[in-house]
Design a protein around this ligand. Structure first.
Ligand code: NOJ
Length: 557
């Protein structure tokens, strides 16, 4: 396997609105991030993925961009941004920007032009269609609820929006769209950015004719991913992007790609033929979801999914490894235990993530074990997805509001978006003003200041993990083999690189299961590299009892 800096990296994701507010307006900003760069350096990450900071009316918190080449007023200025990237580079941290080009904001100049008339030069930058029998052009449903089409009176046609109606989809069939997007990418790369995280990039090619989805229930709108995910021209568009832009720079590119198989991922990330360095896939994130409701998940199912991705991509493609981001609940609440074993389970889950093969991602607050939030009222939530869902289910379909609130508490994106908890002062030290969203009330106990003062904190465990990754190539390049396939409590696997081997043992439960080493794993010598409980170095590891959420990593020789 070829060595590459982006394989050896650990990426830290910043959701700027919620990271740190430097000017007291209640909204995180670029100067706030600048003030926290030494914190990131201390943690040991070497890449930052910055969620969108471009001009935006904030219908979807910056994922609706009205100017790709300027900064949102609330976040600062281009001069602040230049200072930010310089500060990162001084500290050996690379900057990956979010690239949101499946859609723009409806306030983007291109769309403002596009809607003016059917013969406007920008008309074809978006996907416009006349209505069908007095209704929308097809029955596709938007990710954020309702039809994926919005009628515009000015020209009497509908435009497609897979996300909110303020996020019209760009028409990638139009070569001018591709040319303008590529030009914009060059502009950022020339400013020194080290890569792009590409928002829903595998949705840019839609099936021609935009066919209706065969109805599966009585609802008029159907989710049409088979017609817009991994579409017929996706690889061609990505290849053109590679030739026109990406191949000219040594950068990290990661495609956010819902609805992909390992085959799609290899097509996109193969080192010779693919356009991207890695994908960000979602199969393991769907493990506890069942068409909008919460479902109990099984460890064997998680193993099956993770192991398939590990084995299929080995030597053929590259993956991102993560348990959360700004769209997902907090892992310690979802896969661990956020009460009695919060610290232990946060460390166990970190071990799980960072020991898989792939580039690991840490989402802000994960490194101190931040948890989900359970706000009292729907009025405390801010996310357009949750608010639209509440409206649709409660107001239109008559669901019990408490049931919908329970769903949002478990799965809602705002779990990840409550402000970063810096200390135990009011508003967790995030702002001196009124935060744009309430802080999690557990901040007096869970915060960065506390974590930095406690040598046993989740923070220092991450720091150690990141240090080990730099020290031992096997963390990055070792191949993965699952053991104890059918165990519902213990997730165990080995990593192998030449004569070096790691044994990773993780208890995913609050119980005390017994670990038995398969007899085919033989070794002369063992060294304990990482543990979240005290362990006697002389302990025989052929068979032993694991403590709740215990994690151990041994090096075997
Ligand atoms: C994926 C992003 O991660 C999410 O936050 C956003 O709402 C959609 N794409 C639309 O841009």
């Amino acid at each position: 396997m070829k060595q590459a800096w982006w394989k050896e990296s650990v990426v830290y994701q910043i959701y700027p609105r919620s990271f740190y507010d430097s000017n007291g307006d209640g909204i995180g900003d670029l100067r706030g991030i600048i003030q926290k760069l030494d914190y990131l350096k201390e943690l040991g990450v070497n890449v930052v993925w910055l969620s969108p900071v471009y001009k935006s009316p904030n219908d979807d918190n910056g994922y609706d961009i009205s100017d790709y080449q300027d900064i949102m007023d609330e976040f600062g200025t281009l001069a602040d941004w230049r200072e930010l990237i310089a500060g990162m580079h001084e500290r050996g941290i690379k900057l990956v920007m979010d690239l949101v080009v499946n859609h723009t904001s409806d306030e983007h100049r291109w769309f403002q032009e596009s809607r003016q008339s059917k013969d406007n030069p920008y008309r074809d930058y978006y996907i416009w269609r006349p209505g069908k029998d007095g209704r929308e052009p097809n029955n596709w449903k938007s990710f954020f609820g309702g039809s994926a089409w919005q009628y515009d009176e000015l020209t009497g046609e509908y435009y497609l929006h897979l996300f909110s109606k303020k996020q019209p989809d760009l028409n990638w069939e139009n070569p001018n769209v591709r040319k303008d997007v590529f030009k914009m990418m060059h502009w950022w790369l020339k400013q020194g950015v080290d890569g792009f995280r590409m928002d829903v990039i595998n949705l840019i090619s839609k099936v021609p004719g935009l066919p209706d989805v065969p109805p599966v229930n009585d609802d008029r709108y159907q989710f049409g991913s088979q017609y817009f995910a991994n579409g017929p021209r996706l690889l061609e568009f990505l290849d053109e992007m590679k030739r026109s832009v990406l191949s000219h720079y040594d950068i990290l590119t990661v495609g956010e790609t819902p609805f992909v198989t390992t085959k799609h991922a290899i097509d996109m990330t193969n080192e010779e033929t693919g356009a991207l360095k890695m994908v960000f896939q979602f199969e393991h994130m769907d493990i506890d979801r069942d068409r909008g409701s919460i479902k109990a998940w099984k460890l064997t199912e998680l193993k099956r999914i993770m192991s398939r991705w590990q084995n299929d991509l080995e030597g053929k493609g590259w993956n991102s490894i993560y348990l959360t981001n700004h769209d997902q609940p907090r892992p310690v609440s979802r896969f661990g235990n956020d009460t009695q074993y919060r610290v232990e389970s946060a460390k166990m889950l970190a071990t799980f993530t960072h020991l898989q093969q792939g580039t690991p991602y840490v989402y802000q607050g994960e490194e101190i074990g931040m948890t989900n939030v359970a706000f009292e009222s729907i009025n405390d939530y801010r996310d357009i997805e949750s608010l639209n869902m509440y409206k649709e289910l409660v107001e239109e379909k008559g669901w019990n509001p408490d049931d919908v609130l329970a769903l949002i508490r478990a799965k809602g994106r705002d779990n990840a978006r409550t402000p970063m908890q810096w200390d135990d002062s009011p508003n967790a030290g995030f702002t001196t003003g009124t935060p744009w969203m309430k802080v999690n009330p557990n901040y007096p106990a869970i915060n960065v200041k506390q974590a930095l003062a406690d040598p046993n904190s989740v923070f220092y465990y991450y720091q150690k993990l990141l240090r080990l990754r730099k020290e031992y190539p096997i963390f990055v390049y070792g191949s993965y083999d699952l053991i104890l396939d059918d165990d519902e409590a213990i997730y165990a696997f080995t990593r192998t690189l030449d004569n070096d081997r790691l044994l990773v043992i993780l208890n995913f439960t609050a119980q005390t299961p017994v670990f038995t080493l398969p007899s085919n794993i033989v070794f002369a010598d063992k060294e304990l590299l990482l543990n979240n409980y005290a362990v006697e170095s002389s302990e025989d590891i052929r068979q032993f009892t694991l403590r709740p959420y215990e994690a151990r990593v041994y090096r075997l020789r």
